[in-house]
Design a protein. Structure first.
Length: 258
């Protein structure tokens, strides 16, 4: 098992986020104050090719994230001093690294709260270690998939840099909201049910409280879009059907008002 600093000689230090050495295996940071649980998760991730760093508290985790490149954070919710939700929110405020929450809190409201704090996946205890490892692998794989820009009206989504701009103003989006926006933009003009979105954006069909999770994320994304000029029309709710991004013609630079 690696200590709180994790492996020290195998990687150079650097900020949290995607790394330049794309052929190297992914690095996961496991944050849990229970040593036995840490060992279980660490071993499961290593079987899927992850290099694992560990931390037993939020302060150590934040220190590692400032100094090491990380592709995924696996985070226990119930921790002393700084709880997992607070740590999740602090990580998300400075990084789009995928975050998986592990917790014994399994009510739909708990799941929604976790996702609202910036998590990308939410696994409830008890769980099978292989499920955690496969979910972790899926989160990193979706993060790494390159792509080109998608244009819808004045909205430009760059899948490679995972950035979005509307009317020349950058959208500050958590990772899951960016995935949702990109999915709807790629399928503009085609209604998406909440089940479609749960499967394609969250990578699951059985997330506890899935419908409410999708609804809450759509609401937050719509609010962000509506806060920018012309953004209110980019996301529609079709009662009894699902959600839709209209197929708005992309404007050329010389089509814009002078």
């Amino acid at each position: 098992m690696t200590g709180p600093g994790g492996p020290r000689a195998d990687r150079g230090a650097g900020p949290v986020g995607p790394r330049a050495d794309r052929d190297a295996g992914p690095i996961a940071l496991v944050v849990d104050d229970e040593p036995q649980m840490t060992i279980i998760i660490e071993f499961a991730l290593q079987t899927q090719g992850f290099t694992v760093l560990t931390a037993s508290d939020g302060a150590t985790a934040l220190h590692l994230l400032r100094s090491r490149p990380v592709d995924l954070v696996v985070l226990d919710v119930l921790m002393p001093a700084m709880d997992g939700l607070t740590l999740c929110q602090r990580i998300r405020s400075r990084s789009e690294v995928p975050i998986m929450l592990l917790t014994a809190l399994a009510q739909p409201d708990d799941v929604i709260t976790g996702l609202e704090h910036g998590a990308d996946d939410y696994v409830t205890k008890p769980f099978h270690p292989r499920e955690v490892a496969l979910r972790a692998q899926a989160l990193v794989r979706r993060r790494r998939v390159p792509g080109s820009a998608i244009r819808v009206g004045q909205l430009v989504i760059d899948l490679t840099s995972q950035s979005a701009v509307l009317a020349d103003r950058r959208l500050d989006l958590p990772y899951t909201e960016f995935k949702l926006l990109a999915h709807l933009a790629a399928r503009r003009g085609v209604p998406q049910s909440w089940q479609d979105l749960l499967r394609e954006v969250w990578g699951t069909t059985d997330l506890i409280g899935g419908r409410d999770v999708v609804k809450s994320t759509v609401y937050r994304l719509r609010s962000r879009l509506a806060g920018l000029p012309g953004g209110a029309g980019y996301l529609r709710t079709l009662r009894g059907v699902g959600y839709l991004m209209p197929d708005i013609a992309a404007e050329k630079p010389d089509d814009r008002p002078g």
